[in-house]
Design a protein. Structure first.
Length: 317
C-alpha cells in the first residue's frame, strides 16, 4: 500500500460524503460483539469475509478473515458501522494502543442517555474500567474486550449513538489541513483540554471535524502538548485494535485523482470482493494520513450517493 506524502499542498474537494465504517481487529468476534450489542444496543447488520487476495492492504499470500458489521439504532442505511474483524490467516498480531499519547486511531466516542448505566452495561458485557484514560470532554471511558477505549458522553433522552473516532496526531495543523482536503469540516475551534492519564495530568489540543448527515460522523483530532504524541499508527492490517476507516464517495476514481492533486498518495482503484454483502463488493482506493492511519475511499452505490451532501453534523462537546 502506498504511503501518503508528508505535506498536503492546498485544498481540494476529494468528494468524501459519508463515513462507512471503522475497522476494529479482534481476538474473538462473539466476545467483541457482546460488548457493543449488550452495552450500547448495537446490532450485527451484515457479515462478510476478507478477500483471499489482500495485497492491496499490504498482505502477501492467501488471506482469510471474517468481518461483522455493527450498527447503532439508526441502522445500516444511515449509521456508520464498527467493522469487527477476526484474522485467521495471517493471525492477528500485537495489541491495542497501551497509551493515549500514541499516534493513531485511539478510541470510539458514543453519546448515551445515562453514562453510569451504559458503563455498567458495558462492564457486565465484558468491558473493563480504563484507569486514568479520560479527557475532560468525556464523562467516562471503558475498554472493550480487546482494550480499545470507548468514550462515553451523556446526552439525556437519546439512544446510544456512535459519534466519532479519536485520532491522536503529531501535528494538529497538518492533520486539520489533511482531513479538510478529503471532505471533513471543522464543527468548531481548536480546544485545549486537560487529560488525566496513569502518568499524571496532561493537556491536549483537539478539534472535531465532521462529515455530514445522515451519518453525522466525525474525527476528533487530538495532539498532546510538549511533543508527547508518540510513535506512528499501527499500519499492519491484521494488527489488534483500530487500523483503518472507510469513507464513501460518489466516484472513487475522481476522488482518488483529486486526492493525488492535493498531495495524497492514493492507490490505484481496485475492486474489493465482499462476500455476503448486498453489493458483493466495491471499487476502493487506499492511502494513509500523515500519522500512518489507513483510510479508504469506497464508491457508493448510485442509490446512496446522491443525498449525502450536507456538512452539518452533531458535535457532542
Amino acid at each position: 500500500m502506498r504511503r501518503t506524502g508528508p505535506v498536503v499542498t492546498g485544498t481540494s474537494d476529494c468528494g468524501a460524503v459519508t463515513a462507512l465504517h471503522c475497522n476494529l481487529n479482534v481476538r474473538d468476534l462473539t466476545a467483541a460483539s457482546r460488548v457493543y450489542e449488550q452495552g450500547l444496543a448495537m446490532r450485527v447488520g451484515m457479515r462478510s469475509r476478507a478477500p483471499e487476495d489482500s495485497s492491496a492492504l499490504g498482505l502477501s499470500g492467501s488471506t482469510d478473515a471474517e468481518a461483522w458489521f455493527l450498527y447503532d439504532h439508526r441502522g445500516g442505511r444511515i449509521a456508520p458501522a464498527i467493522e469487527l474483524m477476526r484474522w485467521q490467516q495471517p493471525p492477528m498480531t500485537g495489541a491495542a494502543y497501551g497509551s493515549p499519547t500514541h499516534a493513531g486511531m485511539q478510541a470510539l466516542g458514543f453519546t448515551v442517555p445515562s453514562v453510569p448505566e451504559a458503563a455498567d452495561a458495558l462492564r457486565s458485557a465484558g468491558a473493563t474500567k480504563a484507569a486514568g484514560r479520560r479527557p475532560e470532554s468525556v464523562d467516562e471511558t471503558v475498554l472493550d474486550a480487546d482494550g480499545v477505549p470507548i468514550e462515553l458522553i451523556e446526552e439525556p433522552g437519546s439512544n446510544p449513538t456512535l459519534r466519532y473516532v479519536r485520532l491522536v496526531c503529531h501535528d494538529l495543523t497538518r492533520s486539520i489541513d489533511w482531513y479538510g482536503a478529503i471532505g471533513f469540516q471543522a464543527t468548531g475551534p481548536v480546544r485545549s483540554a486537560e487529560w488525566t492519564t496513569e502518568d499524571g495530568d496532561g493537556r491536549v489540543d483537539e478539534i472535531t471535524m465532521a462529515l455530514g448527515p445522515p451519518a453525522g460522523f466525525a474525527v476528533k483530532l487530538t495532539s498532546w502538548h510538549t511533543g508527547r504524541s508518540l510513535g506512528v499508527a499501527h499500519d499492519a492490517p491484521n494488527h489488534c485494535g483500530m487500523v483503518r476507516m472507510a469513507l464513501g464517495v460518489e466516484d472513487v476514481r475522481s476522488a482518488a485523482a483529486a486526492a493525488r492533486d492535493s498531495g495524497i498518495d492514493a492507490s490505484d482503484v481496485i475492486f474489493l470482493p465482499l462476500p455476503g454483502t448486498p453489493s458483493g463488493g466495491a471499487d476502493v482506493s487506499y492511502f494513509r494520513d500523515p500519522d500512518g492511519v489507513t483510510v479508504e475511499f469506497v464508491e457508493l452505490p448510485r442509490a446512496e450517493a446522491g443525498p449525502r451532501r450536507s456538512t452539518r453534523a452533531h458535535d457532542p462537546r
